[in-house]
Design a protein around this ligand. Structure first.
Ligand SMILES: Cc1cc2nc3c(=O)[nH]c(=O)nc-3n(C[C@H](O)[C@H](O)[C@H](O)COP(=O)(O)OP(=O)(O)OC[C@H]3O[C@@H](n4cnc5c(N)ncnc54)[C@H](O)[C@@H]3O)c2cc1C
Length: 375
């Protein structure tokens, strides 16, 4: 009996869990390795674009079981309180990562996937086979999917370009109780970043902001930062005054890099944030993580049924499809982030959007995919 898995997936976030579900559905043997346990909160805006719904349905994943919020409208404000509302072309779902990742994890587990709760410390590729080192074990597999997120010990090990540069971006997230429209996501600019607010399950409100470390460090703590910097935007001031923090304290991450990353490295197919992170203000990183998992998994499944006959072909096809699907989104994400960074740019954008809402809708479409049916 064969004991080695066909595929080892490193990282059990959205990309890793989705690819595990896909590959298991195709009858492949999969080992998933995740260093943390479930459930746990993650720094994320928790707005999931509806573009993933047909694929989730193909995977037999029904998010409605989690009672998410259904979001249809976007409200954008500038630092000085200018505001515009637009109906989202596709819309999305508000669901916490605490619930969503755990939901997918339960499904992966129920399908008999071997799951290791451990940290991968090394990966070797020799004689067309991977050896993945986890604690005292050395596991072998034909393919490895790198789903280890924005920044990991493995990026250092693989000496990936982006890891050598320090990033100036950090993010803060917390849940609140209070009053907020069920069907709206708000994106508020402030002098040093952007803050997204929307409802998730159980009427909770998720607030998550991206900011630069230099400005943040000038203040003693998060409460002061929110009071003296974020609250200069009147909409955020009102939010902090009216709503009650549900966490003991907000959670934070730093060193968030938007640099280009390699899609394939040492024959490892990178998926999700490991392949590249879109600017969070596009609200599309989760969908990209899920869609990249689909692309990589489809190609691996094709390899095992003999439709793709060499590793080289598979890698070339993966890079090509990744660029076709996400290259343009990343570019638009960067441009949008640049424009909104400056009060002048944000004002111009909002003025244009208020007069011609179709333009804002067009911009949103450039950073999102479509809800294509899966064959
Ligand atoms: C501030 C902010 C707001 C955002 N808001 C949104 C939003 O509203 N909507 C949206 O769609 N996207 C948003 N995103 C993007 C989204 O969060 C990510 O794109 C998404 O989480 C990517 O999923 P992933 O599976 O690639 O990575 P992750 O979810 O980070 O999973 C990676 C996993 O790998 C594990 N791991 C790492 N190293 C190892 C190792 N050596 N061994 C074993 N396990 C390992 C980690 O523990 C982790 O669980 C936001 C991002 C940021 C920074």
């Amino acid at each position: 009996m064969k004991t080695e898995p066909d595929v080892i997936i490193i990282g059990g976030g959205l990309a890793g869990l989705t690819s595990a579900l896909h590959l298991l559905k195709q009858g492949l043997q999969v080992t998933l390795i995740e260093k943390h346990s479930y459930p746990r909160h993650k720094v994320c805006g928790e707005y999931l674009s509806n573009e993933i719904l047909p694929y989730f349905s193909w995977l037999n994943v029904d998010i409605s079981e989690l009672y998410p919020s259904y979001i249809q409208y976007l409200n954008v404000t500038t630092q000085h309180g200018r505001s515009v509302d637009v109906k989202l072309p596709l819309g999305g779902i508000g669901i916490s990562r605490y619930r969503l990742d755990n939901f997918l994890y339960d499904k992966v587990k129920a399908q008999g996937c071997k799951i290791l709760n451990a940290i991968v410390s090394r990966i070797n590729f020799n004689d067309d086979t991977f050896t993945v080192f986890v604690q005292e074990q050395a596991l072998e597999a034909k393919f490895v999917l790198g789903a280890f997120g924005k920044r990991s010990n493995l990026d250092q090990l693989l000496t990936r370009g982006f890891i050598k540069k320090t990033s100036t971006w950090m993010a803060v997230k917390a849940h609140y109780s209070g009053d907020f429209p069920d069907d709206q996501i708000s994106l508020h600019s402030f002098s040093a970043g952007y803050c997204g607010i929307s409802k998730v399950e159980e009427n909770k409100i998720n607030l998550c902001y991206l900011t630069d470390v230099k400005t943040f460090k000038k203040y003693k703590n998060i409460a002061d930062y929110q009071k003296y910097v974020l609250s200069k935007n009147i909409h955020l001031k009102y939010f902090f005054e009216q709503n009650v923090l549900l966490f003991d304290k907000p959670i934070t991450i730093s060193q968030i890099s938007f640099d280009r990353k390699s899609i394939v490295e040492d024959h490892i197919l990178m998926i999700g944030d490991t392949a590249g992170l879109i600017h969070p203000l596009c609200g599309n990183g989760m969908a990209m993580a899920i869609q990249s998992a689909r692309i990589a998994s489809e190609l691996i499944a094709d390899y095992f049924i003999g439709k793709i006959t060499s590793r080289k072909r598979l890698e070339i096809d993966y890079v090509k499809q990744w660029e076709q699907n996400f290259g343009r989104r990343l570019l638009f994400g960067r441009i949008l982030a640049y424009v909104l960074r400056y009060e002048f740019g944000a004002n111009v954008l909002i003025k244009i959007a208020a007069t011609f809402p179709a333009i804002l809708k067009w911009i949103i479409k450039q950073t999102h995919g479509s809800a294509k049916k899966i064959k």
